[in-house]
Design a protein around this ligand. Structure first.
Ligand code: ADP
Ligand code: SF4
Length: 687
């Protein structure tokens, strides 16, 4: 197929200082979870984007000096010449596919604790960073930089830029956003200096200007020097000659960098989940830039629609379509548009599991793209897969995320695939959960796979087909895959902290009940010890239906785990906005005669009674593995049926998040006719 001419504009080259991007698809710097310790993993994770058609591929934040140490978070670095070869590996991999490689030089200022290096943190005015997450609280104040420190900082940038050039990078960023180093000098409430680097806007901009100019002097003839700037905070500060100080900064430095990359400062806003922001949500923070500079402008916005990308370019907002998450979910997004296959794009669902991987300190993983992070360790490719024996048949039972991904990948491998689903709709939990407030994009997990399988002659899908063990044995296939999901239970936490005792009674519900349309009676108490999205999503839905809703949780925050995927604050705000009552740090220990008994998690507290019409227990799930157990029960019958292997995947194997189900389905499809991954493939991760 050929490209739709409507999208030709996206494939125009863009000049960035001395280098030229082959098209407008630009993988912006984003954390990858590999740091310098996994150079092969990192190179492979970046390379696949270049192969998929992204014209520019950048590193994540790259420290220029030991005084900018973000341990234990995984960041990369260019501290000395030893670090060059680690980066060269990625640069070469990206160049192989004709893309430009960029590096984001970063000094964290007061935003780092220097846990590993024990260097004294430095900042514009020695002001400590206020944060509420213990992992990010440094116990040591930063030191206010004197003139010598500033001179040294400039030198560190120049040294790192020269090393970047030696590694072969085409674009070298100076990071002046998100509360880090040079950005702190720009903000009047942080920069309290009385010398030539503080006070007036011209003075506050001086450090960033000097760094940009020094970097350009050092590497300018061959490498582009880009700036990444956070605009939102300064957009709120009135300017002298322009509407805001953000405008003034861009106007003052307009032609100094070769590229402007502009976004908001708070990561939970910039990388908000789909529950809290839509495609193009960064437009208010970057649309003011282009009229102030002749240099190209890039910005992100979880863009997956080529029409929206074209609009961004045609309406003069962006020159380059920046993407982190869409390039993770589908590294081949540009190629698919180029080849007229935009209906095959595996669209990011905005769940932010990728963000949580970074917080976990592991290579980024993705709900939609199970191969992300497995490119080096297991040799998985997002588009290619080894062909299997086309005479072998596989029956997949259950079409949730696990079954769908397994059937799709098996179909891609060329097996004869039959997918049977009990309900009349495919998708399992994502079909139900995508009806929750803000989760509509989650249906993309189903839609992408269902669409691709429609085009496969070797895949048959049967809806309304609840299979028994006898049905599976009678079917006559070589392999059977059981992906029958999991169910929520009514169990509450027992005294030892494990879910053991069930609440019973007509007024006790699970999320499955609510998602399947059960009518509840107000006031509703949601007892959430799952700590992810379900409790707060149900609260929001029930509240919008007019119920009085209280969330009780033993944690010290609602949806406590969602700190990991940047949703925590947004969820709390949403609960306040909806009028959901919150009781933190309490167990529900009983529910009798319309009263829920709440007990503090702290020792010695008496239970208090709280009147409620119904309770929804959002706690634990158990596998729906009856079919699997039936099949396992009689080995002889199974052997007689000709089935050589029965595998269980997804929630039916081990209840988890959707990312786990998709990965498990994919892994099963790749290994069904072979061996499970050897331990050697795990060890490769360390290289
Ligand atoms: P996962 O996340 O592991 O994919 P889901 O719960 O989303 O799990 O999906 C499981 C799917 O399996 C559901 O759509 C359910 O209707 C289906 N299912 C459960 N039991 C059977 C069965 N015996 N035969 C066919 N489909 C089944
Ligand atoms: Fe998008 Fe979720 Fe994948 Fe991140 S993990 S890239 S948000 S689909």
């Amino acid at each position: 197929m050929s490209r739709n001419p409507r999208y030709d504009i996206l494939f125009e080259p863009v000049r960035i200082g001395p280098v030229t991007a082959p098209n407008r698809f630009y993988q912006t710097p984003h954390a990858l979870g590999t740091g310098n310790t996994m150079p092969h993993t990192r190179a492979a994770m970046r390379e696949v984007r270049a192969e998929g058609g992204w014209g520019v591929v950048n590193t994540g934040y790259c420290s220029i000096h030991p005084s900018s140490d973000d341990t234990p978070l995984p960041y990369c670095r260019l501290w000395d010449d030893e670090d060059i070869k680690v980066h060269a590996l990625m640069v070469d991999a990206v160049h192989k596919h004709g893309a430009l490689a960029g590096v984001e030089l970063w000094h964290g200022g007061s935003g780092v604790a220097n846990n590993l290096t024990r260097a004294t943190p430095v900042s514009a005015s020695g002001m400590p960073r206020h944060c509420t997450y213990p992992g990010w609280m440094g116990l040591q104040n930063p030191r206010s930089m004197d003139r010598k420190d500033i001179r040294e900082l400039r030198c560190w940038y120049v040294d790192a830029a020269q090393r970047a050039k030696s590694a072969g990078f085409d674009i070298v960023y100076i990071y002046a956003g998100m509360g880090y180093g040079p950005y702190e000098f720009l903000l009047p409430w942080i920069n309290q200096r009385t010398d030539e680097y503080g006070g007036s806007l011209e003075n506050r901009v001086r450090l960033l200007r000097e760094i940009l100019e020094a970097a350009k002097d050092a590497i300018g003839p061959t490498c582009a020097v880009a700036v990444r700037f956070s605009s939102d905070e300064l957009l709120d500060v009135p300017g002298r000659d322009h509407p805001s100080q953000a405008h003034e900064i861009v106007a003052l430095l307009a032609e100094t960098p070769d590229l402007w990359d502009v976004k908001s400062s708070d990561w939970t806003v910039e990388t908000a989940s789909a529950r809290f922001s839509g495609e193009g949500a960064q437009e208010p923070f970057n649309s003011f830039v282009k009229p102030l500079t002749s240099k190209p402008v890039v910005g992100v916005g979880r863009f997956t629609s080529p029409d929206e990308m074209v609009r961004q370019v045609r309406s003069g907002i962006l020159d380059l379509i920046g993407a982190a998450r869409p390039s993770i979910a589908d590294p081949f997004l540009p190629k698919k548009i180029d080849e007229g296959r935009e209906d095959e794009i595996r669209e990011c669902i905005g769940c932010n599991i990728c963000v949580s991987a970074y917080h976990d300190g592991v290579p980024v993983r993705c709900t939609q793209n199970p191969t992300m992070g497995e490119e080096w360790r297991r040799g998985w490719h997002p588009e290619r897969i080894p062909i299997g024996d086309p005479n072998k048949s596989v029956l997949v039972v259950g079409a949730g995320p696990a079954g769908l991904e397994c059937a799709r990948a098996l179909g891609q491998r060329g097996f004869k695939v039959t997918l049977a689903e009990a309900r009349d709709e495919l998708g399992g939990r994502v079909t139900l959960e995508s009806t929750l407030p803000g989760l509509a994009t989650w249906a993309r997990v189903r839609d992408y796979r269902a669409h691709i399988m429609q085009t496969m002659a070797n895949v048959d899908i049967y809806r309304d087909s609840r299979l028994t063990a006898q049905d599976v044995l009678d079917f006559g296939c070589d392999y059977a895959v059981i992906s029958t999901g999991a169910s929520w239970t009514r169990k509450i936490l027992g005294v030892r902290g494990f879910p053991t005792d069930e609440l019973d009674g007509n007024a006790v519900y699970t999320p499955d009940d609510i998602l399947n349309g059960a009518e509840v009676e107000s006031p509703v108490l949601i007892y959430d010890f799952d700590h992810y999205y379900m409790g707060s999503c149900l609260a929001e839905r029930l509240r919008r239906q007019g119920h009085e809703v209280t969330i009780v949780t033993p944690a010290n925050a609602v949806s406590a785990w969602t700190f990991m995927n940047n949703e925590l604050t947004n969820i709390r705000e949403r609960m306040i906005e909806c009028g959901v009552d919150i009781v933190l740090e309490h167990f529900v220990t009983d529910f009798r005669d319309g009263d829920a008994h709440l007990t503090s998690v702290y020792r010695g507290a008496e239970a208090t009674a709280r009147e409620c019409g119904s309770i929804v227990v959002v706690g634990s799930r158990v596998p729906n593995d009856a079919l699997l157990r039936d099949l396992d029960a009689d080995a002889q019958r199974r052997a007689d049926s000709g089935i050589t292997a029965v595998r269980s995947i997804g929630d039916c194997r081990s209840p988890g998040a959707i990312v786990h189900a998709v990965h498990s389905g994919h892994e099963c499809a790749r290994t069904i006719d072979g061996k499970a991954p050897s331990s050697a493939s795990w060890e490769r991760a360390a290289l």
